[in-house]
Design a protein around this ligand. Structure first.
Ligand SMILES: Cc1cc2nc3c(=O)[nH]c(=O)nc-3n(C[C@H](O)[C@H](O)[C@H](O)COP(=O)(O)OP(=O)(O)OC[C@H]3O[C@@H](n4cnc5c(N)ncnc54)[C@H](O)[C@@H]3O)c2cc1C
Length: 514
């Protein structure tokens, strides 16, 4: 796409002039009849309506940002990745008033047993009011998040693939696969592991290519359950990447290694599954009538930058890794939660100069850590004698409470501490959902604003009251006199001095109004 120069300040009614030097350039749509103008209608265009894009759209709408989500698929994807929401994501849902709705569709399960599938219960007293795993299929999460975003006013256009874009000082012109052009102030690529936005941006995606491919599908079986149970128990003792288990409505989920079957570039077939089942189990269990069949690999890669000017990356577009530990969706939704209020602040005009760059500074290291823990887990799932010996050793070590706690806080993302500088250990961490006078702390965060929790009842948020709420609550269960929370629930300041508080309000929430 050729460079277009735009000068107009965006607003709902603005239009921008197409660069007349371009003339009739192949690949660009013909000028709109007579006027030759591209309407400038959105603050943010999001490429991709997966969990990350939908969450981001909702977060932006909390701040009245005009959002358009472009999704290339015409229908929501029905392919069921087994997904559990881990503790931190459950907390995010509670912070936005979504938890009840999500709980209706999921099943609470124990939080432990996720690190390399080592069967250890979670330690007692995890630091959360929501210390469980919520088993819920990915398509259901995506549907609920998309509905939430639309209820808040986001526009979602399906069947629209982002094909190209061009950014300049004032905004981004996005071109769809059909040639239509749209313009916004920012573009966020939430378009998954093969992200078009990331590729067009030219951001490096270093890491390791896929070494192990796995087939996963949902289908019917032709033998009784007892026969399956006996075979599965025996095979699981030696094969970590094998499942054949009931999946509701009489269907079964099948997971088998893909090694040696069919061409990687082609979608897998039922025959591929049968062949692998026969190799592993000596029988194909009479599988038939597949509902969906898929293949996934264990490539591990991380984008070098999460932001280039007015274009940002989030979710799988920024990082990919094997599904061990069930972290990918959680990580993407948490990226969106971190980015949403910062981008909104930028658009609303109150963001401190460096705020948007804290998105990369905070989230890139988190993804680095997730990539590393999935690499470690993949080693531990190997059936080679060396990794198996390490697995046995780690299994022993996990009997130590501190080791078990460390690993579960990693997988569930409640152990994250952003670097906000010197201060008590709580600074930079998220605050758990504590009891407050009005009920639960997270109930006060639904609007995505900052919050000062003041046990001294002496401080004020003054000129920041349009962005930060105030709660005087001497009864709050806190070890500190006052705590300032960002809209994502992370502790931005701890203390009891008004001047110090004002400095920190400026740091995170910009200049006070008037
Ligand atoms: C087998 C398996 C099991 C998993 N289990 C878990 C688990 O238990 N827990 C967990 O947290 N994670 C799990 N994951 C990972 C999780 O599925 C992903 O991390 C998650 O889907 C990432 O969400 P996303 O929104 O960033 O990207 P995606 O879900 O990939 O969504 C991207 C969206 O962008 C759209 N798109 C692509 N290109 C364009 C374009 N050019 N223009 C417009 N739209 C576009 C796509 O159609 C898609 O809807 C699993 C993954 C696999 C493969």
């Amino acid at each position: 796409m050729r460079s277009l120069q735009f000068t107009a300040e965006p607003s709902a009614t603005d239009t921008v002039q197409r660069d007349s030097r371009l003339g009739d350039v192949p690949g660009l749509p013909s000028p709109a009849s007579g006027t030759d103008r591209v309407p400038l209608m959105f603050d943010v265009i999001i490429a991709g309506c997966g969990p990350t894009g939908a969450m981001l759209a909702a977060e932006l709408r909390l701040h009245d940002v005009r959002v358009l989500v472009l999704e290339k698929e015409t229908e929501p994807v029905s392919f069921v990745r087994i997904v559990g929401l881990h503790i931190r994501s459950i907390e995010l849902m509670a912070m936005r008033g979504l938890l009840e709705r999500i709980l209706e569709h999921g099943r609470r399960r124990p939080a432990g047993g996720f690190f390399a599938a080592i069967d250890k219960p979670a330690p007692e007293g995890l630091d959360s009011a929501h210390a469980y795993l919520l088993g819920i299929p990915q398509p259901v999460i995506v549907r609920l998040l998309e509905e939430h975003a639309i209820e808040l006013g986001a526009q979602v256009r399906r069947g629209c693939a982002v094909a190209d874009f061009e950014q300049d000082d004032d905004g981004v012109t996005v071109e769809l696969a059909g040639g239509e052009q749209l313009r916004s102030r920012y573009l966020v690529g939430c378009d998954g592991g093969r992200s078009t936005v990331r590729k067009l941006l030219g951001v490096g995606f270093p890491g390791e290519p896929s070494r192990t491919e796995t087939l996963m599908g949902e289908m019917q079986v032709g033998v009784p359950q007892e026969e399956i149970t006996a075979a599965v128990t025996a095979i699981r003792a030696t094969h970590q990447r094998f499942w054949l288990r009931p999946f509701g409505r009489g269907a079964y989920q099948v997971v088998v290694p893909a090694s040696g079957v069919s061409d990687r570039a082609e979608p897998p077939t039922l025959e591929d599954f049968k062949q692998q089942l026969r190799t592993i189990a000596g029988t194909d269990f009479g599988v038939h009538s597949p509902r969906w069949l898929s293949r996934f690999g264990d490539a591990t890669r991380l984008a070098e930058r999460y932001r280039v000017g007015r274009v940002l990356l989030a979710g799988d577009a920024a990082h990919i890794h094997p599904p061990t530990g069930g972290q990918g969706l959680n990580l993407g939704v948490q990226d969106a939660f971190n980015l949403g209020w910062k981008l909104a602040a930028e658009i609303r005009g109150w963001a401190p100069e460096t705020l948007l760059d804290t998105y990369h500074a905070e989230r890139h290291p988190v993804a680095e850590d997730v990539l590393d823990n999935t690499r470690a887990q993949m080693e531990l799932l190997s059936t080679e004698p060396g990794p198996q010996a390490v697995r046995r050793l780690l299994t022993e070590l996990m009997d130590l409470d501190e080791v078990n706690r460390h690993l579960i806080e990693k997988i569930t993302a409640i152990g994250i501490r952003y670097d906000f500088g010197e201060g008590p250990d709580l600074l930079g961490r998220r605050l758990r959902d504590i009891d407050v006078k009005q009920g639960h702390l997270y109930g006060l965060l639904h609007r995505g604003r900052g919050l000062l929790l003041d046990r001294t009842e002496r401080l004020t948020v003054g000129g920041w009251s349009d962005r930060v709420d105030y709660l005087a609550d001497p009864t709050a269960v806190l070890d500190f006199p006052c705590v300032l929370l960002r809209p994502d629930g992370h502790v931005a300041w701890i203390g009891d001095d008004q001047q110090d508080l004002d400095d920190h309000l400026s740091r995170w929430f910009g200049k006070p109004a008037n």
